[in-house]
Structure formats: C-alpha cells, structure tokens
Design a protein around this ligand. Structure first.
Ligand code: ADP
Ligand code: MG
Length: 353
C-alpha cells in the first residue's frame, strides 16, 4: 500500500520537474529503506552527486535496518554493544532521545517490540493481545538505552530500537551535505514522504511539494512552495491493515502500544535547510521526521503547543479527522489550498486568539 502511494506521489513530483527548463541535470529512482526514493539534481557535478546520494542511502540502510540481521542496529538489538566509534549511529540515537524528551515520549525508538508485535516489521499483520502488549510496555522508554564508557551504547534486556520513524529524515540531512559537496545548486530529494529541496528549481521558481489528502491517495490538501528546506509527512494512511472493519496503522502510541488515535490523519513538518556548514550530524531533516511521527501521536492541541513554545524552528500542516487543515502562520505565503478538497482551512498563529 505504502509503496503504491509513494509511487503516486513520485509521479506528482516528477510532473513538476518536467517543467524545470533545459538546464543539464541528473536523476535516479531507486528503492531503499523500505520505500521508493528519487533524486534530481542540477548544477555542479550533478551526475556524481546523484550516484553518491544513492550509495549513501544504500549504505545507511545496511547500518540502520532492523530486518537485516547483520546491521549495526540488529546487533545492538541482539544484545551487543554499539562501540563508541560508530559515531553517526550513536549521534542519531542521542538525537532520537532528545526528541523523545521534547515530546514527552510520543516519539520513542524503543517502540521496536511493539512494532514487531503488530507485524509491521514483516508485513504479517496481526492484533496483539493486551497480555502481550502488557508484557512489552515495561521495556519501552528511552531510559532503557544505556550509555557506557565513551558513550558506547547497550540496551536493557527486552528493549530493542527501531529507527523507522527517524532514519529517512537523517538520510535527507546526509543528502543535503552530499549535494553541497558536489556543487549542486538545485535539487529535489524524495525519500518516501520525506522531501528535501535544494535551492529553487532551475527556472528560479520555488519547488512545489504536494501535501497528500489522507482520504484520497490521488489528491492533495494543498501545495507547498519550498526553497532550501525539508517537508516531511507522517500519516496513518501510509502503512496499515484492516481487521473487522477497523484500520490499524503503523504509528504507535508508546504509552498504550496501540496505533495512535489522536484525531489527526496527517502531520507535515516543514523546516529550513541545515546550511552548507552543517556537516553529517543529524539536522532539520531528522527533526522533521521525529516530529512528524511524534505530533501525529500527540494530537492537535499538544502539537500546536509545541510549535507555539518556539523551542524548535519548524512549521506545520496538520490534517484532522474532522475535516480541517491547520497551517501555521510561518507558511502563510508558502501554502496553497486545494480548491474543492472538501476541507476547511485554518491558520494557526503564535498567540492564540
Ligand atoms: P514513515 O516511515 O511511513 O514515513 P514515520 O516517520 O511516521 O512514517 O515512521 C513510522 C515508523 O516509525 C513505524 O513504521 C515504526 O517503525 C516507527 N514508529 C512507530 N511509532 C513510533 C513512535 N511513536 N516513535 C518512534 N517511532 C515510531
Ligand atoms: Mg517520522
């Protein structure tokens, strides 16, 4: 299901690209990290940049995947210690814990055993019994991730981690650096619902990023005009199964072990790019990914509260179950409503009316 939707979205993006003008560019479409990906780049050493992006994403997949038995994450989950020299992965885990703290645990990479219990790791979906969930919940929580000498990481017995809610965002941060290093001036990177755009389109206009209508795979609730930034969406429509007429999706509430039911059907988080000097550290792409998952769990009120706190630099498009699209005021001149979508649109400002 998710793959199909990703393909539809890809098609929409690429439609936009074909109107980009004549400038020489390079592009690739491929499958990694369990999703469709595409990258299109112009300027500088575009072809080598696209190749390097693809290599980096395959290699990140090898390190971070929970379904590959030989990945660093699988070894950690099997009880091994993650040596301190794996600095990229330990930085990512440290960042994930920061976002857990910032969201009162709504984002939590230790949901891994719950994700498995629902079958989302293998696509053999099932509803776990309450007894099974009760046995797993005590192992969920960032405090079960232990930092030893030189910050080598181990996990408490029974705890496992799943970077599915953050890995593609981190991957998009790495893409920004790779494109910068190859002198690319204009690019769009699509990593299954996670988008990074570099510069503007070669014709000088902003990139256009559709925000999917959660109720209609082929439609949008609106379009974002973006330059140098990230737009990352989480939605219950991206991966789910149905049983007895009820839908169970892949974003879990770490507090209950059940798919989150917060009244939101999708959360899009938008931030500026990291900038060329940022390096390989997790940046805004990682933050967007963590927050899109977390805010989906937290629901409208807490999501808006976190945005209003100003603690982190991001903007939001929230779609609610009851037919509203909420757009934070930082996107006022960047978000175009979709006529005839059937949604009611509201702008959210810093100071509540
Ligand atoms: P997608 O991977 O579809 O783009 P998300 O970024 O929202 O969507 O990530 C969902 C994935 O994150 C799930 O498949 C699961 O692996 C993991 N996950 C589910 N619930 C949570 C949560 N509350 N906190 C952190 N990770 C989660
Ligand atoms: Mg996410």
């Amino acid at each position: 299901m998710r793959r199909l939707l990703a393909a539809v979205l890809c098609a929409a993006m690429i439609m936009g690209l074909s109107a980009c003008g004549q400038e020489d560019g390079a592009s690739a479409e491929f499958y990694a990290m369990d999703t469709n990906m595409s990258v299109t780049a112009y300027g500088g050493d575009a072809q080598n940049a696209v190749d390097a992006v693809q290599d980096a994403l395959y290699s990140l997949d090898l390190h971070l995947s929970r379904t590959r038995m030989d990945s660093a994450i699988s070894r950690l989950n099997a009880g091994a210690s993650l040596p301190a020299e794996n600095t990229d992965i330990s930085q990512l885990i440290t960042t994930a814990i920061e976002y857990s703290d910032a969201t009162d645990g709504a984002f939590d990479i230790t949901v891994a055993p719950l994700v498995s219990a629902w079958g989302f790791t293998t696509d053999h979906y099932q509803i776990p019994t309450q007894k099974e969930l009760d046995g797993l919940l005590p192992h969920v929580g960032s405090s079960h991730i232990l930092f030893g000498e030189e910050r080598a990481i181990t996990l408490d017995a029974g705890t496992k981690i799943d970077l599915g809610g953050i890995a593609k965002g981190y991957a998009s941060d790495l893409c920004e650096q790779i494109l910068f290093k190859h002198g690319v001036t204009s690019a769009m990177v699509y990593l299954g619902g996670n988008i990074y755009v570099r510069g503007s389109k070669p014709d000088g206009t902003a990139w256009r990023v559709g925000v999917q209508n959660p109720k209609n795979a082929a439609g949008f609730v609106g379009v974002l005009s973006l330059t140098d930034g990230y737009a990352i969406t989480s939605g219950g429509y991206q991966r789910y199964f149905e049983e007895n007429g009820k839908r169970y999706h892949h974003i879990l509430d770490p507090a209950t072990g059940y798919p989150a039911e917060s009244g939101l059907t999708s959360v899009t988080v938008v931030t500026p790019a990291n900038g060329d000097e940022h390096g390989d550290r997790p940046g805004h792409g990682t933050m967007c990914d963590a927050f899109s998952t977390a805010l989906f769990v937290m629901g409208e009120e807490k999501a808006v509260e976190l945005w209003r706190s100003g603690a982190y630099d991001f903007q939001l498009v929230l779609v609610t179950e009851n037919g509203r699209v909420l757009v934070t005021d930082g996107l006022a001149d960047k978000f175009e409503q979709e006529d005839g979508s059937g949604y009611a649109y509201e702008t959210i400002s810093r100071n509540p009316a």
